[in-house]
Design a protein. Structure first.
Length: 231
């Protein structure tokens, strides 16, 4: 247990270092955008946060599939933990998008296809978390939540493809394009800043996930103690 605690501490330190590095690169070393000026700098938070949210919901998907297959509590704890953090990063993404949208589009929010589908993703997983607390039978609640977690993940491909399938205000990907390599689409210093921030968000995510997993394990230990008359 002490070793795991040390690993979490090291992970937290690395996350903090990369967050500070990413902030410095994004604010001071990356140049202004030729068209958007300074407001574009929100992408150094916006892109890493939504990609981290996608990763989190993918972990929910995997954990939910494993739980429905094996019925092991640790898979359910993993899915539940990832869902909570995924909701956090999705909410952050929507706030960041609104901050960028106001000076760029002239509105804080518009019912653009990508924005709407992202809002639906957030609502699905808020519902996922609420469902767990509303169903009194814990095992039944875990099964229902697992099914919803799998269904909710299917919204992510729709979000990604929305800019191609429908006419939207949201622009298509400007970095990960099939016709060009990433460093051909963006200034090298911008790409470096974005990459550092993405690593920072990944480290922060796994640090938060490790803490939430430990909390879930402790909650399960307390339940088992109560069940067996230990407390």
């Amino acid at each position: 247990m002490e070793r795991a605690k040390k690993k979490r501490g090291v992970l937290g330190v690395f996350a903090l270092v990369f967050v500070l590095m990413g902030t410095y690169f994004a604010l001071f070393l990356a140049p202004p955008d030729a068209y958007q000026g300074e407001v574009y700098r929100i992408i150094y938070l916006h892109i890493p946060s939504i990609l981290t949210a996608y990763l989190s919901f993918f972990i929910v998907f995997v954990g939910s599939c494993l739980f429905l297959w094996k019925r092991e509590k640790r898979d359910d704890i993993l899915a539940h933990s990832a869902a909570e953090i995924g909701v956090l990063f999705t909410g952050l993404t929507i706030v960041e998008g609104s901050i960028w949208g106001k000076p760029t589009w002239g509105v804080w929010w518009t019912w653009d296809a990508r924005l709407t589908l992202t809002a639906i993703l957030l609502l699905i997983f808020v519902g996922y978390l609420m469902l767990r607390s509303l169903i009194e039978d814990e095992s039944r609640g875990a099964v229902c939540s697992a099914v919803l977690g799998i269904i909710g993940f299917l919204d992510i491909p729709l979000i990604h493809m929305s800019v191609y399938w429908w006419r939207t205000l949201h622009q298509p990907p400007s970095i990960l394009r099939p016709d060009k390599l990433p460093w051909e689409n963006i200034h090298p210093s911008m790409l470096i800043a974005l990459s550092i921030n993405f690593v920072a968000f990944l480290l922060l995510y796994f640090y938060l996930l490790s803490l939430r997993l430990r909390l879930g394990e402790m909650e399960e230990e307390v339940k088992n103690l109560k069940l067996h008359g230990g407390v």
